[in-house]
Design a protein around this ligand. Structure first.
Ligand code: CDP
Ligand code: MG
Length: 738
């Protein structure tokens, strides 16, 4: 047996009796997936399936000889290079039999709601069917995804299926990254990117079809999009005889397809005036579900034990473990490796593949390729693997029952903030997670929570619009001449959150005291940054420090942290970092790090750079991503007539940089209290400086910070000390005191 894990709750399942200590109780076999899925409480599986013209289609290997209506530019040459094995896979997908019916329904209706189980082929196939049927003849097909990593990985899959390189016929566009060209007909985008495109093109005139995928997730951006698409259709889809004057009359009609893996279809359909609902029958094999008999507070440890129980006892088949976030994934990754190394030489090896939002595209590929023979693949994923991406080969699912959710923590009207909280999943998520084990054959799902816990979970999650900050969305809507309060949404936002967003935008100078958009507000919306950061950037142009501010903002916008969090080598890491430390705090420390990295980059090889980052306990991924983001922000600046080099290489950077930061982070200021804690200037919260900050054990009169993190107490992260006089210079404060 493996050292340290032989006492696992599940490992001992067979030998244990009722006398075992609570956490060692065996997993109770509950019921088979089939029972679960027939249960009304969970999945209302529709018996309606697509009735296709040829029911025999699935067995017939004859390709449909239907001529393409209009060959879209750039695809005609491609068909010859299409990989036959990929084409075979496409035809084997459950959705393939419904191909013609789906195309016909979409052709005939302005809005179609398409429901189908995860893995049936919705996301990868429907856009290609529409392309091949000529629906992208005069405009592009946009397919929205809530997550960046899903958009990029799906685009590369579909590009491969089309037999072209990524960025040709099939491309993607996500914040700070894009692969597309004049030939692009299908574009996978994040929902946020398409909302952003509305600002420059309010009727989305470049698109003939917008596919809103993963609609059941109800992200804020998806909801904004769904509302706007309804308005756009009213303008673009006027019957031909009613068309006459106006530029909109020249636009082609817009097709909207709402896709979802869960059965919340009626609500979408109702919103779009009883839009047509199409169900795609999936192929789901039975999944046996186990619950623990007691709760597992240390879910990472419980997942570790369960994994090795499966690995040592169960026949081959890959394992998918659902965890809430990147930190847990990285910690479990290390533990599994540690124990896997102790396995006997002849035992089956373990290939660990992490999958989370910040994973760079270069590391995504190994998730989809089969494990080498004699290896078992173990995928550690966030809820991204619930419905957004389908990973082949999974036979076992371990579900910790946890996810991370962005939530607005309101302390008092108008003073809340968003924070990522780890919380219990919903029943709908639990069902989806279990379902991942039954894609290719019967499977097993080990839930690290009790059956009672499952029953007590909410059925579905609350839409994001009801629980997140609306500042950036409100600004974008203002630019479109719309009001958050008046737009026709599927669910209306909370009054309190709207008030808070209005207040923030007023403080930043984006709105005037009659809630009208100011020229500054319009300028802020043009940057792909949250309003406070956009305000900082604009301030930097007046203060002559744009170059340095761009550097800081790009590190803040990167998806991973700059400093490697090391529990084991904290002192060594602190020593290594000391030489970058700036007395004013974290923002200028970041600047020092980037400067040092640039020096190293100039003189060192790739390996040398990596080694330097390792020695300094810096995250190279963050640094290289930030360099990329910086280049893009620089382009936006140039486009807006701002010289991005302002202040580069000049002497005293501290004063202007801090002043610019104060402008944007005006709401994130706090004053020192006699007891050493800090009190928010604009709100009632008492905050402490996060231990990771270079100011952690310092007492300074005034701080500004990037964000608050809510754990056992409220911590400010990304902190700088600023003179009180800088705060007094901000116009709102002058109005207050004057
Ligand atoms: O959207 P839906 O869940 O209905 O399915 P999909 O994402 O279109 O996936 C259809 C099939 O393509 C699945 O069987 C996946 O395993 C496969 N696929 C893949 O092999 N590699 C990818 N990068 C994406 C999908
Ligand atoms: Mg999908």
């Amino acid at each position: 047996a493996l050292k340290g894990i032989s006492n696992s709750p599940h490992h001992r399942r067979r030998h244990s009796s009722h006398g075992t200590p609570q956490h060692n109780r065996p997993l109770k076999r509950e019921h088979a997936w089939q029972d679960v899925s027939d249960d009304d409480m969970e999945v209302k599986r529709s018996k309606k399936h697509l009735s296709t013209p040829s029911k025999s289609g699935r067995n017939s290997d004859q390709p449909r000889k239907k001529p393409r209506l209009s060959a879209p530019a750039g695809t005609s040459h491609a068909s010859s290079s299409k990989d036959p094995s990929l084409q075979k896979q496409r035809k084997e997908l459950p959705i393939y039999t419904g191909k013609d019916a789906i195309v016909d329904i979409i052709r005939q209706n302005d809005v179609t709601v398409l429901i189908g189980e995860t893995g049936s082929g919705k996301t990868t196939q429907v856009p290609q069917y529409l392309l091949e049927a000529g629906l992208a003849g005069s405009g592009m097909i946009a397919v929205t995804q809530p997550r960046k990593v899903a958009a990029t990985s799906l685009a590369s899959r579909v590009a491969a299926e089309q037999g072209t390189s990524l960025g040709a016929v099939v491309g993607y566009s996500v914040r700070f990254d894009e692969a597309s060209s004049a030939d692009t007909r299908i574009k996978y985008v994040t929902d946020g990117m398409l909302v952003r495109e509305l600002l420059g093109d309010p009727l989305l005139s470049r698109y003939s079809v917008v596919v809103v995928d993963e609609a059941h997730e109800r992200t804020l951006r998806t909801d904004l999009l769904i509302a706007n698409l309804k308005t756009i259709q009213k303008i673009r889809n006027v019957p031909t005889d009613a068309k006459g004057k106006g530029s909109a009359a020249k636009l082609m009609p817009l097709k909207v397809v709402i896709m979802s893996a869960t059965l919340e279809a009626e609500k979408f359909s109702k919103f779009y005036n009883k839009a047509k609902i199409v169900y795609v029958k999936g192929r789901q094999h039975p999944v046996t579900i186990y619950h623990t008999s007691t709760g597992q507070p240390d879910y990472v440890d419980a997942a570790l034990r369960t994994f090795f129980q499966i690995h040592t006892d169960k026949p081959k088949g890959d394992v998918l473990i659902f965890l809430p976030g990147q930190e847990d994934i990285e910690s479990l990754d290390k533990s599994i490796q540690l124990y896997a190394n102790q396995l006997p030489k002849d035992a089956c090896g373990v290939l660990i593949c992490p999958m989370y939002a910040a994973l760079p595209p270069s590391q995504q590929a190994k998730i989809f390729s089969p494990a080498p023979s004699g290896m078992r693949k173990c995928i550690l994923a966030t809820n991204i693997a619930e419905t957004s991406i389908t990973i082949p080969g999974i036979k076992y699912v371990i579900d910790t029952g946890k996810c991370k959710e962005k939530r607005y923590v309101a302390r008092q009207a108008g003073t809340g903030f968003d924070t990522l909280l780890t919380r219990d999943i919903t029943q709908s998520s639990a069902v989806q997670r279990a379902g991942r084990a039954g894609r290719e054959g019967s499977g097993f799902c080990f839930r690290l929570y009790t059956e009672d816990a499952f029953r007590n979970m909410p059925l579905t999650a609350e839409p994001e619009i009801r629980r997140c900050t609306l500042t950036s969305s409100l600004l974008q809507l203002k630019c479109l001449g719309q009001d958050l309060e008046e737009l026709d949404f599927m669910d209306k936002p909370d009054e309190e959150t709207v008030v808070s967003a209005l207040k923030t935008l007023f403080l930043l100078g984006a709105l005037d005291n009659r809630k009208a958009l100011t020229p500054l507000g319009r300028q802020m919306a043009a940057f792909p940054l949250e309003p406070p950061l956009a305000r900082t950037l604009i301030a930097s142009t007046e203060l002559g420090c744009t170059s340095d501010v761009l550097t800081i903002l790009s590190v803040l916008s990167a998806s991973s942290h700059l400093f490697v969090d090391t529990h084991d080598a904290r002192d060594v890491a602190a020593d290594a970092r000391r030489k970058f430390r700036h007395p004013a705090g974290d923002h200028l420390t970041v600047l020092n790090v980037v400067r040092a990295y640039e020096d190293v980059t100039a003189g060192e090889s790739k390996a040398g750079r990596r080694e330097w980052c390792r020695r300094m306990f810096l995250n190279e991924r963050c640094l290289s991503e930030a360099a990329n983001i910086r280049a893009q922000l620089r382009d936006v600046c140039a486009h807006m007539g701002v010289d991005p080099r302002t202040g580069a290489g000049s002497g005293d950077r501290e004063v202007p940089v801090l002043k610019a930061l104060v402008r944007g982070l005006v709401q994130n200021t706090a004053f020192l209290q006699p007891d050493g804690s800090y009190k928010q200037v604009m709100g009632p919260s008492i905050v402490k400086i996060h231990p990771s900050s270079s100011l952690a054990d310092k007492k300074v009169p005034v701080i500004i910070y990037d964000e608050l993190i809510y754990t056992t107490q409220v911590y400010a992260r990304g902190v700088s000390a600023v003179p009180r006089s800088f705060i007094a210079e901000v116009p709102v404060f002058q109005q207050r005191t004057g």
